[in-house]
Design a binder for this molecule. Structure first.
Ligand SMILES: NC(=O)c1ccc[n+]([C@@H]2O[C@H](COP(=O)([O-])OP(=O)(O)OC[C@H]3O[C@@H](n4cnc5c(N)ncnc54)[C@H](OP(=O)(O)O)[C@@H]3O)[C@@H](O)[C@H]2O)c1
Length: 315
């Protein structure tokens, strides 16, 4: 699992450990804090069945090293064969200018590329039945009902362009950073559909939307006004159906990752149930173009080729 250190991911990790003591949870977190996170999770839940690997998802070198270490542990029997992956880590920037050490735009790198690269590097280690859950967002719809007027709609472009950090006044605006965010979450759905056509039988993949969850660290890059709003006024939305607390969202995420099978592979899980994602999110040419661009960016072959699996059908 990525993104287990805070926010709704922390709540999901605690719920998983509390309710699935038989499942070993391997958390990937950046820096030396990864081991401490595993110890904290064990202490909080009373379940020692958790370990950690250090990984900054903004660095492809770090992802390679972490995947290598996971493979070593599985081969050595230190952790069981992989029965799932929960890609929860994500960020929202207030610009589109920041680059990773590899020169990729930060939002695209962490929210999209990292999930792809982890999965490609660990591909053969998943043993059916297995479940992959990638966290997306209903901001990918781009309408007021889903983004509450806070996040601009996605703006799809050639994925090679989406991966490029930008320069100039417009790129430095919060609006561009948030457009990169909603676009990255649309890309996560494209990735889910492309994966559903390729993963072996019995290895399912889902896109999970927690809805609006004020009170996490997601807006930490924002200015003081947005952060203050997120801490105060927007918290009151939790008393309405418009928002969930990090704990409530984390429980739903944990259930999607480890509870009853949510539905057909490739489905969008909107909090508690599967539902169609935005019409724009079902677009096979874009999905396949994204898949091959991600392969290029990671210097990997585009194989495996797609098979006619579900996952590209709004029904
Ligand atoms: N909050 C919402 O309203 C909302 C709505 C829809 C979807 N989501 C999605 O839910 C997921 C969790 O977000 P959240 O709201 O809980 O935000 P959060 O509190 O900021 O948690 C984000 C998690 O991602 C990790 N992360 C970010 N960049 C990383 C990197 N380079 N390497 C490794 N880990 C990294 C963070 O680790 P550190 O602690 O090291 O920073 C943290 O554990 C995200 O994918 C987000 O897009 C959130």
């Amino acid at each position: 699992m990525t993104g287990a250190g805070r926010g709704l991911g922390r709540a999901a990790a605690e719920h998983l450990l509390a309710t699935h003591p038989e499942t070993h949870l391997l958390v990937a977190a950046r820096g030396p804090g990864a081991e401490r996170l595993a110890r904290d999770l064990a202490a909080t839940t009373g379940n020692p069945n958790v370990s950690a690997v250090s990984c900054d998802l903004a660095s492809t070198a770090d992802i390679r090293a972490a995947a290598h270490e996971v493979r070593r542990r599985v081969d050595a029997g230190e952790v069981p064969p992989l029965s799932g992956f929960l890609g929860n880590a994500g960020l929202q920037m207030t610009s589109r200018t920041q680059a990773t050490p590899d020169g990729c735009e930060m939002t695209f790198a962490v929210n999209v590329l990292a999930n792809y690269y982890v999965l490609r590097l660990l591909w053969d280690l998943f043993t059916a039945p297995a479940r992959i859950t990638l966290v997306t967002s209903d901001t990918h719809f781009g309408d007021l009902r889903h983004n509450l007027g806070m996040i601009p709609p996605p703006r799809w472009e050639n994925p090679a362009q989406l991966a490029e950090p930008r320069e100039g006044t417009r790129a430095r605006s919060a609006s561009e950073g948030r457009t990169a965010y909603s676009t990255s979450k649309l890309a996560v759905l494209y990735l889910v559909h492309a994966l559903a056509r390729r993963l072996p039988e019995g290895v399912d993949v889902y896109g999970f939307n927690p809805g609006y969850v004020p009170g996490t660290g997601l807006t930490r890059d924002a200015g003081p006004i947005v952060r203050a709003l997120s801490r105060t006024l927007l918290h009151t939305l939790r008393a309405t159906p418009l928002a969930l607390s990090p704990t409530a969202a984390g429980i739903l995420l944990a259930d999607t990752a480890c509870g009853a099978r949510p539905g057909e592979t490739g489905a969008y899980v909107d909090r508690r149930r599967t539902a169609p994602s935005a019409p724009e999110s079902y677009d096979r040419p874009r999905e396949e173009q994204l898949w091959s661009t991600l392969a290029d960016l990671c210097a990997l072959p585009t194989e495996p080729e797609p098979t006619e699996q579900p996952g590209n059908d709004p029904g």
